[in-house]
Ligand binder design. Sequence first.
Ligand SMILES: *Cc1c(COP(=O)(O)O)cnc(C)c1O
Length: 826
Amino acid sequence: MINVPAAAEDFPFYLDKDAFKDSVLNHLHSTLGTIEEKANPQAWWKATCAAINERVFVGLSETHKAHSNIDTRAVHYLSLEFLMGRLTRNNLYNLGIFEPARDALAELGLDIEELCNEEPDMALGNGGLGRLAACFIDSLATLGYPAIGYGIHYEHGLFRQEFRDGQQIERPDSWRDYGNPWEICRPESIQKVPLFGYVETVFGNDGQLRKIWHPGEMVRGVPWDIPVVGYGGHTVNILRLWESRADDYFDWDVFNAGGYVDAQAEKSRAEAISKVLYPNDETPAGKQLRLTQQYFFCCCSLKDIVRRYKRRHDDFSQFAEQVVMQLNDTHPTIAIVELMRLLIDDEGLDWDNAWGICEKVFAYTNHTLLPEALEKWEVGLFENVLPRHLEIIYEINHRFLDDVVAKKWPGNDEIKRELSIIEEGSVRMVRMAYLCVVCCFKVNGVAQMHSELVKKDLFPKFYELWPERFTNVTNGITPRRWLKACNPELAQLYDDCVGIHWPTNLEMLKKVAEYADEKDFQQKFMAIKHKNKQKLATLIHDLMGIEVNPEAIFDIQIKRLHEYKRQHLNLLHILTLYRRILQDPNLDIQPRVFIFGAKAAPGYRLAKDIIFAINKVGEKINQDKRVAGKLKVVFMPNYRVTLAEKMIPAGDLSEQISTAGKEASGTGNMKFALNGALTIGTMDGANVEIREEVGDENIFIFGLTAEEVDLKLKNGYNSRDYYYNNPELKAVLDWLDSDYFTPNAPGQLSSIKHSLLDGGDPFLCLADYQSYIDAQQKVDETYRDKAKWAKMAIMNAACVGKFNSDRSIDDYVKEIWKLKQYPAVQ
Ligand SMILES: *Cc1c(COP(=O)(O)O)cnc(C)c1O
């Protein structure tokens, strides 16, 4: 158990308003080099960050000292994505100095809200997977575990989204154009990364065969550290992000030979590695640059880990006791092979010794069951970029097939082909997930149901081989960012009800359920929700010029745009209500505001068409007088962490409507429930566990189960049956296909109907349509009963304590990482 201070003043880095004010002014003068009269909001924000960093850096040094003194086992969280969002408000809350900072800034004539808006989001991730990594490092620091996050210091994070005539356009994200106050460059820890070239076989003096990799190119990895402040300030860990640079700014040989231009080109090639985050969620790009990114950050991170280990150890006998590495999806799989290479080629270990270590230090988190999302790399790409690693992969595969598979299934060549890390075919491929399962000592899914499917559907034969290797760790979210900082009024209500310890002990909110029936509490709870809705309504008006009614149901779907998440099913519901209103102007329905936020991968045509369709349908509905304010449709541009923080506290209804069996966990569902929204959702991912926690009477479940989805697809699902047998469904699909929503341009929205009929509707929107409409009808009826709705909302908020990321981390620690807590600052 970590002690949370009993009062703000007991946080180790507490300082009062006047001290904070002095600190900001001091930094404005001496760090920013400006004066009150000249400073713009950006300068004030930076001065504020500098004041915060004075505390953060002390915590950082103390933590570093404490952890290196005890020389303890630590987890290394390897992830190609960290979706951090903004850090100012979060750091203030975690240090326990938000209120003094707010009041100090107010005395300086500054609004802390506006000041925080100066900070660009650190959007170094696509969606759920990257945000999970960010929540996990927050929890690791909060719980006082020795941990380090490793990733890439992308110059450009996820693209900024704009709409032009309803279509998504992508603009570059530049999160550090004017400098980022949270990052610290560490030139003393630069690493070199070899690439390309060829492998030479030699015999050493001892007659041993050795491999020497002669790289064709070297790049440098420059580490940038982002301090990760745990809640309470007892531990400040780091997130270490690698930036690529050319090995030498001037390659003098090339330069002197008149090759100035060539030298510059080489520099650009090296710097391209960390230039931009691939914007594909769930679908690998398969590009050489992406493989290079993966290897680049794994190589830098491993060298960093080995360097730190070797400071205190002369051999590798203790390595597996000191080091555990968690692979966030298969993206960092190459780290396994790189460690084999380091141990064998650089450190001189033999294969069995090296393998014995590798088998004990890597664990793998699977994030998806979608077949198209499983990473495979062409053998030819490896041959070119990482020739030595390909040899090692062949050797791992050879030993696995001969020693393990052949013993379990003697004489069965078919099963060897099936389980081989190398997929045979016209183009031979390396199956990264298989490599992970073969090498890692633990493989986990991210929700109970998902972990079962990982065993049954994804790796059934591997599960037969190694049942003890497979486990579950249900995802979670940090209640500091996703409740305390983003919904301060609800947080205050909880402080008053259950005391101030809930941010590190979220199960304490269970006690709030006891008040769920009390009129007085219901009113307080719903008054906060209403205020949050008013704030969001103001934001929508300011950003988009659309008036929305805070009394209406705020029905929100925010997540990446993907067919399996079924934003188009939501659209079919909107069209259904719109059509009913046109057919019966007196239709008695509860007013609703449908709010969307979603980015589509730039090359994902149908996803972009769905955004366009929602925007076009929205335009029509929002202008149609006959709708009389009963419906509004708002697609907020540029969905990101900062927008989520403003939308989630205002949600009444949380749309979690993926095809059952397709969403591994979801974490948006958890954020909404924790902030008192009711879920309408399928029996998918963590929805299943949310239902267990809040009770079937407090959630709107609809649709086919994962087994039913499987059966339907196996037995020849025909979406046309649903189209022809449901007149209302047929009518709205035909309507979408007309030029009603795109006057003078028929066919602009056709691709959706086309994919649902001719395309076979792979995610069963039509099969789930009626069940969804019926569930939405129940939502409408429930919302009429204000007391009932309030009770359900409170029950949701009170009962989802399980889904905090501290619990996830505890599970990882017990099952996989086996760490001890060492909070550094007392
Ligand atoms: C939580 C979060 C996600 C994940 O949402 P899901 O609904 O679980 O897909 C994606 N993007 C952002 C910005 C988030 O904060």
